[in-house]
Design a protein around this ligand. Structure first.
Ligand SMILES: [Zn+2]
Length: 417
């Protein structure tokens, strides 16, 4: 095996990626530690020192796990690539059969090995970290059930999809990536459409919201803002965790607003209404559509790039793979892309934060900014989210504005007419 200049570029990118992630973690840890002794002034009426300190400890504990995970997954990546792991696995499959199934087998076995390697982290997160801070509600039965359901979805959805991609790569001309893109785009639209009614219910129970007062308020808000959906649902998030959330899902007529039961607990009706108005704000400003278009455009660019790389021997050899094939190209591309695309994260997060401000403004206009503020403070408190993140860490990792920026933004809207 001969390494080349691309090996060096890959090593530099990986090194820069890891160092940046660890450095950001350290910065975040320091920012949280620096504010450990006092609740930031704007929150001290609603968040106790004990709650604030719990959030700090929780944030630090999560950072530590992440630290270990970053280092570990980088070692695993290097073993797969430069260490010859992929080359070995390819040899194993090549010895079996030589057809499209070789590629399917290669990719699926890699995914399975990856999940097994990640399992200790996943177990630790759920049963040690989340447990320690009182958030974990998952029992062994649910955890194993989730694993099996995930496996089942891989068999019935992912395997045929991989086969279809490899088939198109095989039979189409030099523009295979365009056909693959069309198929993947169609597939993700189908999944978006199927997700709320057919996939999410495999993992959780969804019930139409049944609180009569709240329902009347919500129906009123929906009519006022001209929003049509498949309904407002409550999800049994408490089955796994006491973290609360609300989200918006689906496309076309098949869209739903989902509240975690853990979010509804402890929120006043007006606060729930304000949170819903925020979600509707995303819809009103077509954020979901914009997001979809951006990700489709990005995947087209990515596939076009892969269309080029797949014919370059240096791409394979530089990453430790001897035999050039469609499936190893796919895998190498997926494994190494994050190192190169990571540095764009602040740009996409900035865009996402702009969307959050727009959705907040929509909520302030159609409900009450004060209600949204108090619901957000409760969310930060109950999820033990830090109120004092590091700016740079936030720029790379947070799709939402940090607590005080977001709330000050909302406050300024309660003052303006
Ligand atoms: Zn939002």
């Amino acid at each position: 095996m001969e390494f080349n200049a691309f090996t060096l570029i890959f090593l530099i990118a990986t090194f820069a990626y890891v160092i940046t992630l660890l450095w950001l973690n350290i910065r975040q840890g320091k920012a949280v530690a620096a504010s450990f002794d006092a609740v930031p002034g704007e929150f001290d009426a609603n968040i106790t020192l004990a709650e604030h300190q719990k959030a700090a400890k929780y944030t630090q504990a999560k950072l530590q796990v992440n630290h270990a995970e970053v280092v570990f997954s980088t070692i695993v990546l290097l073993i797969w690539t430069l260490g010859g792991g992929l080359n070995w696995l390819d040899g194993v499959w090549q010895a079996q059969t030589s057809s499209l199934y070789t590629g399917v087998g290669f990719i699926v076995s890699l995914m399975l090995i990856g999940s097994v390697i990640d399992l200790p982290f996943s177990l630790y997160r759920t049963f040690v970290l989340e447990q320690k801070f009182g958030f974990n509600k998952t029992d062994a039965k649910t955890f194993i059930g989730d694993l099996l359901k995930g496996l089942l979805l891989i068999v019935i959805i992912v395997v045929p999809l991989i086969y279809a991609v490899l088939y198109l790569m095989d039979v189409m001309d030099a523009y295979w990536w365009l056909y693959v893109w069309l198929m993947l785009t169609g597939f993700s639209l189908l999944m978006l459409w199927l997700y709320p009614s057919y996939i999410a219910p495999i993992f959780n129970k969804f019930k139409p919201l049944d609180d009569a007062n709240l329902k009347a308020k919500i129906d009123n808000l929906l009519t006022r803002t001209g929003f049509k959906s498949d309904g407002v649902f409550v999800m049994d998030g408490s089955k796994r965790s006491s973290h609360g959330n609300a989200y918006f899902t689906g496309i076309g007529k098949n869209k739903r607003i989902v509240f975690f039961d853990t979010l509804l607990k402890g929120m006043k009706d007006n606060e729930v209404e304000a949170i819903l108005a925020h979600e509707l704000g995303h819809f009103h400003h077509k954020h979901i559509r914009k997001h979809m278009i951006t990700s489709f455009a990005t995947s087209l660019l990515g596939l076009a790039l892969l269309g080029y790389l797949i014919n370059q021997p240096w791409f394979f050899h530089g990453l430790g793979v001897e035999r050039m094939s469609d499936y190893t190209a796919l895998v190498l591309f997926t494994l190494t892309m994050p190192m190169f695309s990571f540095f764009i994260a602040p740009i996409s997060n900035k865009l996402s934060r702009k969307h959050e401000f727009e959705a907040d403004a929509f909520a302030a206009k159609h409900t009450n900014a004060q209600d949204l503020i108090s619901s957000l403070v409760k969310l930060y408190r109950d999820n033990a989210s830090t109120l004092t993140p590091d700016k740079l860490y936030s720029a790379f990792h947070d799709s939402h504005p940090s607590a005080s920026i977001r709330i000050n933004h909302l406050k300024s809207q309660t003052l303006s007419p």
